[in-house]
Design a protein around this ligand. Structure first.
Ligand SMILES: Nc1ncnc2c1ncn2[C@@H]1O[C@H](COP(=O)(O)OP(=O)(O)O)[C@@H](O)[C@H]1O
Ligand SMILES: [Mg+2]
Length: 710
């Protein structure tokens, strides 16, 4: 009987061992496949059920970082019980029950009937009630001496009667299972790390391509949140004095009123400590950390890593969580790797920012320069121009940047560029003439220099161009007036000397021709002589007119009236030469202070010259306008007289106002010099622009309120 009993007992035990072994083998084989910890735990729970006939099994794992004992897998429980078990972990530090005892001491506990077990605590009894538990067996899951969790099994509402052997087998099974669990856990951890590293790589790639400092800082905080699953984050940067940290970017600190002004002294708080020591700090429970300073509410745990570039602490990356012990050593490592990567990026972005500020500063100077500045690269492509260039060359920046110099500027500039870039010759300063469409021209002073990179290689040319036309015009006018006065004085003297003898010569020749009986040939000679004398007379008169120290009789007068008179004086000549006159004056023009006699002389001279320049007909167009001279801000009346005649060669343009300069066989060359002199006395100006074979334009400007007499 006894034998029989022990034999069947023995057999049963053997069967149990066999099944145990096969199930351990079954679970172990799962490990060779890429399978998750979840699946392993799941099948362990199932095997326990099958081998030991226990209807309800649960696996709990401890989380050291969080100090929790958490239920990971459970089978045989009702949905409500399952939900309760999975969501309500035990806190190892302050929950006292059989389960936490096993986790703490690593010993199997067997209680056939907990209600009558003196070891049962109030918590145990509560659990028994909630989970409808009566008898239970709990075995630790151990790796070497370390308890990583436990397996708990029972039958709903039933006492649990197990032999010592059953309990031993259960413990052995748990031991084997813990190895498998641990392996699976490591495997999963590795996989998680790989996934995290891949994510980190992705984030780093994004971070590296951001050059704007604030954007970069914001991206770093957002990424730090993502990497560590934190609830708030701050990126603090060291100020220049290295005394304080200030928040440069944050997420979840919104509740703070004045974050802009928030500063943390180096050495103060967790972040301050990390900045001071240059090493990371993981605080699982801020409530137990004397260095902790509350900045935002509801923080339970915190992780801070220093941002170090070239051995200098630039700042601190801080993440916080509302959960206790939310961050692990892994998080610390990961965040440190990330911080190491980003510190140098922050440094670069800062440098870039500084360079940009300097560049903006320089660009501002450039923009407000009175000179036109044009920069180009060695491919003769325009790389930069300033506002003055837009004005002077009448172009738009957006239309010319990147274009070839030759496609934008006239030959005069292109030549200078070619000489520099093709031949390497660059003169420091030169003056160039730039023709305008309207026949006028500009005189430009050009300062040129090479653009060089940091290794002193030539990378382009920069021109600083100044419009000298105005200055040159003034210079020319002064020169002209000087010449006029000296020639005027000289010729006045000569004219006087000539006038008297000439009068008697003229008289004598006339008398002689009457007294002598002349043949036809001799009469012709006398006529020629008299004609020559007449020409000399008119020249002398012109010289005297010019040199006469005449002060104009200035009074209010109408330019329009003077113009009408002048035109009608020349009316018959105009018609004879088939020249048409077009006048374009505003309805009303203010009267201006003039000597009408003299101004008529001016207009007649100009109209005559126009007439003489048109051998076979044409037109003279006269336009009058009120305007203001932009440089001197003076209101004036402008009169523009254009003809369609032969024009004046560029070489002669500067000479036409000189006395005695004429290109006409019969000319005196005094007309324009008298015009100039009269206008000068009216404080009016005259300018000429001309294109050969197309025509000539004179522009006269009369001040509306002439300055006091000179
Ligand atoms: N409207 C014009 N068209 C072409 N050439 C002109 C014109 N006005 C002046 N000139 C040039 O300027 C020169 C000087 O003119 P001016 O002083 O009036 O002397 P003159 O008419 O006696 O030659 C002229 O000979 C001519 O070459
Ligand atoms: Mg003339």
């Amino acid at each position: 009987m006894v034998r029989k009993l022990s034999a069947s007992h023995y057999q049963r035990e053997l069967r149990t061992k066999e099944r145990l072994l096969s199930s351990i083998h079954k679970i172990s084989s799962l490990l060779t496949r890429p399978i998750s910890l979840d699946q392993i735990l799941n099948s362990i729970v199932k095997e326990t059920y099958q081998v030991f006939g226990l209807t309800r099994v649960g696996i709990f794992l401890t989380d050291k970082d969080k100090g929790l004992l958490e239920c990971k897998y459970i089978i045989g429980f009702s949905p409500e019980e399952t939900e309760r078990a999975l969501t309500k972990p035990y806190r190892l530090a302050d929950h006292d029950c059989l389960d936490t005892k096993v986790a703490r001491y690593g010993k199997t506990i067997y209680s056939p009937d907990m209600v009558n077990d003196p070891r049962a605590t109030p918590l145990d009894l509560k659990v028994c009630q909630n989970m409808r538990r009566r008898g239970t067996v709990i075995a630790p899951l151990k790796i070497k001496k370390d308890t990583i969790g436990l397996i708990v099994a029972d039958r709903r509402d039933q006492e649990l009667r197990l032999t010592k052997k059953d309990i031993d087998s259960f413990s052995t099974f748990a031991n084997q299972a813990s190895v498998i669990i641990e392996n699976a856990r490591l495997q999963e951890q590795n996989q998680r790390k790989i996934r995290q590293l891949l994510a980190l790589q992705e984030i780093s790639r994004k971070t590296s391509s951001t050059i704007n400092l604030q954007k970069l800082l914001n991206l770093i905080s957002a990424s730090a949140m993502k990497i560590t699953k934190a609830s708030s984050c701050a990126l603090l940067l060291m100020d220049d004095s290295k005394q304080h940290l200030r928040v440069a970017s944050q997420i979840g600190y919104e509740e703070m009123d004045d974050l802009e002004g928030f500063r943390l002294r180096v050495g103060e708080g967790i972040a301050g400590w990390v900045a001071q020591h240059g090493v990371p700090l993981l605080v699982r429970y801020v409530s137990q950390e004397p260095r902790y300073v509350e900045v935002v509410k509801e923080v339970e745990s915190e992780l801070d890593v220093p941002l170090i570039s070239e051995n200098k602490v630039l700042g601190v990356l801080n993440v916080n969580s509302r959960n206790r012990a939310a961050f692990s050593e892994d998080d610390l490592k990961l965040l440190s790797i990330y911080a190491g990567h980003t510190a140098s990026l922050i440094k670069n972005a800062r440098l870039y920012g500084q360079v940009m500020t300097e560049r903006n500063f320089r660009e501002n100077i450039l923009e407000s320069s009175p000179n036109s500045v044009i920069a180009m690269n060695m491919k003769k492509e325009i790389t930069s121009i300033n506002r003055q260039t837009e004005e002077l060359f009448r172009l738009k920046r957006k239309n010319v940047l990147g274009k070839k110099v030759a496609d934008v500027f006239d030959t005069e500039i292109v030549q200078v560029v070619d000489l520099a870039i093709d031949h390497g010759t660059l003169s420091d300063y030169q003056e160039i003439r730039k023709s305008r469409k309207d026949g006028s021209h500009l005189i430009l002073g050009v300062i040129s220099s090479w653009l060089r990179d940091h290794q002193d290689n030539r990378i382009g040319v920069v021109f600083s161009v100044r419009d000298l036309s105005e200055a040159k015009r003034t210079e020319e006018m002064i020169r002209r007036m000087d010449r006029l006065t000296s020639i005027g004085q000289l010729s006045a003297g000569i004219a006087h000397e000539i006038r008297n003898p000439l009068a008697s010569i003229s008289l004598n020749v006339q008398m002689l021709s009457k007294k002598l009986a002349l043949d036809d040939a001799s009469r012709n000679i006398v006529a020629d002589t008299l004609e020559g004398i007449d020409r000399i007379k008119s020249l002398v008169k012109g010289m005297l007119d010019f040199a006469k120290p005449s002060t104009p009789a200035l009074k209010r007068g109408s330019i329009a009236r003077v113009l009408r008179n002048s035109i009608s004086l020349l009316d018959s000549q105009m018609r004879k030469k088939r020249v048409e006159v077009k006048v374009d004056l505003p309805e009303t023009l203010p009267e201006i202070v003039i000597d009408e006699q003299q101004i008529q002389q001016v207009l007649v001279n100009l109209l005559l010259n126009g007439l003489e320049s048109m051998a076979d007909g044409g037109s003279i167009r006269i336009i009058g306008r009120l305007g203001s001279h932009n440089k001197k801000r003076q209101r004036h009346l402008a009169l523009q007289i254009s003809d369609t005649g032969e024009g004046i060669p560029a070489a002669n343009l500067s000479k036409v106002f000189d006395p005695f300069f004429t290109t006409k066989p019969e000319g005196t060359g005094l007309g324009l010099s008298i015009v100039h002199k009269i206008l000068d006395q009216h404080q009016a100006s005259i300018e000429v622009a001309s294109q050969e074979n197309r025509g000539t334009t004179f522009i006269l400007r009369f001040p509306l309120q002439p300055a006091g007499g000179r």
